[in-house]
Each structure stands twice: as structure tokens, then as C-alpha cells.
Design a protein around this ligand. Structure first.
Ligand code: SAM
Length: 284
């Protein structure tokens, strides 16, 4: 029985691991990895380095894309016997463009608790400092590499108004940027987050066109997460009634006709002279 879930039959922890900087390992992640009976890892040799660094002696079993069908019953059996098991991927949050989804589903179906142990995730790590809107965003993971599936996904993105987050490998970056330019336009803003949390962390910001030029002259190296502005919203249409209402409010606040029309022109990007003529029809 694990201390965090005493009374439960078994528990699966989804443990985030660093995406570059080992200091991003959380204290809770270390505690969990030390106290579970088994760590299910995407690549046991890779995870062994992390475990050695944090002096975690827990045994591992492999759990990856190619053995998940045979591994899930083994892991479920252990969980049913009351074991606590941690799932880790090579980096970041398990299940996010990484294996784990099928195991989580199987645990939920078997009424086994699944507990997240949060930490680094490249998507969120790239989005938060991107400077692009963070109030609404979508995560698309890796685009399909080619064919109809890729075209279809790109065409769906064409109408997307929310900020878009993509993962991409260095060898496909230039192709993806050029496909994005064809679909979203050359002026669309993009932030390219490279080597997050590592020594050569970099945020490149600019238009899609400029990004293509940049990476044509600088060979892409390292790990990349792309954050792309959503489709610009159409400018709001102002009816005469709205304009008169707003002008009257400004006049009621004590502004002159000239100042009221200047302020509304700034807000609406409509010609100040036309707004001034409109303002003159109103009383202060
Ligand atoms: N589960 C991971 C997470 O939570 O971020 C993502 C795993 S996915 C297989 C790996 C992809 O994430 C990379 O190809 C890259 O696009 C992105 N990524 C991972 N680490 C990164 C880093 N340090 N800097 C930029 N992007 C990174």
C-alpha cells in the first residue's frame, strides 16, 4: 500500500520528469518514484540515468508504444494486488504525445485510481512565455508526417482562432514551416521555442515568412515546440447607433466634441473627422 493512497487497492501515478534541466524534477516526483514498487518507463535505459542521478533504486519495467498491448495486463495485475506503480516517459508529462493513454484507460475501466504528479511539459513551457494569447489554445501534438492526413489537419487549422501549439522534430521543421505558411499565410505570427529549459534555450519570434528565412540559413538543431497565433478575428463592425452611444457617453463624462471623437477614433480605427461630425449632432 502506498502512503499517498492508503486504503486503495493500487494506484497508477503519472510522473512528469524534466524536459532538459534536471532541477525541474519535483520533490514529490522523487518521493513517488522512490516509494512505488515498480516504475513503468518508455525507455528503461534512458530513465535509469535519471534514477541514478536522484538515487532512486526502484526497479523498472518497459512500457512503450510497441509493447503496451502485452504490458497492460501485467501492470493491471500488479495494481490489483495493491501495488503502486509510476509511469514515466522519456521527458515531460506521460501521455502527452507519449505512451500512457491506453494504460490510463485500462486503469479507469478497472476502477484503479490514476494520480497525476505534475511537472514540466514542453507545450505549456513554450506557451506561457510566448507572448501569444494564452486564454484559449489548442494542442495538436505532432502533425501527421505526410499525405492526406497531414493536408486534412492543416486545413482544419486554417480556421482555428485559438493559439496553436505543435511539436516538431528538427529534420521536419522547415517542411512544416513551409506547409504552415501555405495554409495560414506568410504574415501569421509564430514563436519557435527551442531547447526549453536547456543551456541553449531560445525563443524565436516573428512571422511565418521570417521563420522560414531564419531556419533556411540556420540549420535546426535540438528540440522544437511551435506556438502559432490563431486566425485574426474580423474587426468589430460599429453601427451608427453604437458610435452615437459611445460618443454620448464620452461627452457625458465631460469631454469636448473634439476629444470624444479623437478617443473613439483610436478605439475603432474609424476616421476622426467623420466621428467629429457625428459628435456635433449630440449635446454635451
Ligand atoms: N511528454 C512530453 C511533454 O510533456 O512535453 C512531450 C514528448 S514528445 C515525444 C517530444 C516532443 O516535445 C519533441 O519532439 C519536441 O517537439 C517537444 N519537446 C520536448 N522537450 C522539449 C524541449 N526541451 N524544448 C522544446 N521542445 C521540446
Amino acid at each position: 500500500m502506498h502512503p499517498e493512497t492508503e486504503g486503495n487497492p493500487g494506484v497508477l501515478y503519472l510522473v512528469a520528469t524534466p524536459i532538459g534541466n534536471l532541477e525541474d524534477m519535483t520533490i514529490r516526483a522523487i518521493t513517488i518514484l522512490k516509494t512505488v514498487t515498480t516504475i513503468a518507463a518508455e525507455d528503461t535505459r534512458h530513465t535509469q540515468k535519471l534514477l541514478r542521478h536522484f538515487q532512486i533504486p526502484t526497479p523498472q519495467i518497459s512500457y512503450h508504444q510497441h509493447n503496451q498491448a502485452s504490458r497492460i495486463p501485467v501492470i493491471l495485475e500488479k495494481l490489483h494486488q495493491g501495488e503502486a506503480i509510476a509511469l514515466v516517459s522519456d521527458a515531460g508529462m506521460p501521455t502527452i504525445s507519449d505512451p500512457g493513454y491506453a494504460l490510463v484507460q485500462a486503469c479507469i475501466a478497472a476502477a484503479i485510481p490514476v494520480v497525476p504528479i505534475p511537472g514540466a511539459c514542453a507545450a505549456i513551457c513554450a506557451l506561457s512565455p510566448s507572448g501569444l494569447p494564452t486564454d484559449r489554445f489548442i494542442f495538436e501534438g505532432f502533425l501527421p508526417p505526410k499525405g492526406q492526413a497531414r493536408l486534412q489537419r492543416l486545413s482544419v487549422l486554417q480556421g482555428e482562432e485559438r493559439t496553436i501549439i505543435l511539436y516538431e522534430s528538427p529534420h521536419r521543421l522547415c517542411q512544416t514551416l513551409s506547409d504552415l505558411k501555405m495554409t495560414l499565410g506568410s504574415e501569421r505570427s509564430i514563436v519557435i521555442a527551442r531547447e526549453l529549459t536547456k543551456i541553449h534555450e531560445q525563443f524565436w519570434r516573428g512571422s511565418m515568412e521570417a521563420a522560414i528565412h531564419h531556419y533556411q540559413s540556420t540549420a535546426p538543431r535540438g528540440e522544437f515546440t511551435l506556438v502559432i497565433a490563431g486566425k485574426p478575428l474580423p474587426k468589430p463592425q460599429w453601427s451608427d447607433k453604437d458610435l452615437l452611444f459611445n460618443l454620448q457617453q464620452l461627452l457625458d463624462q465631460g469631454l469636448s466634441h473634439s476629444e470624444a471623437s479623437r478617443q473613439l477614433a483610436c478605439q475603432t480605427h474609424l476616421p476622426r473627422r467623420a466621428l467629429y461630425q457625428m459628435a456635433l449632432t449630440l449635446k454635451k
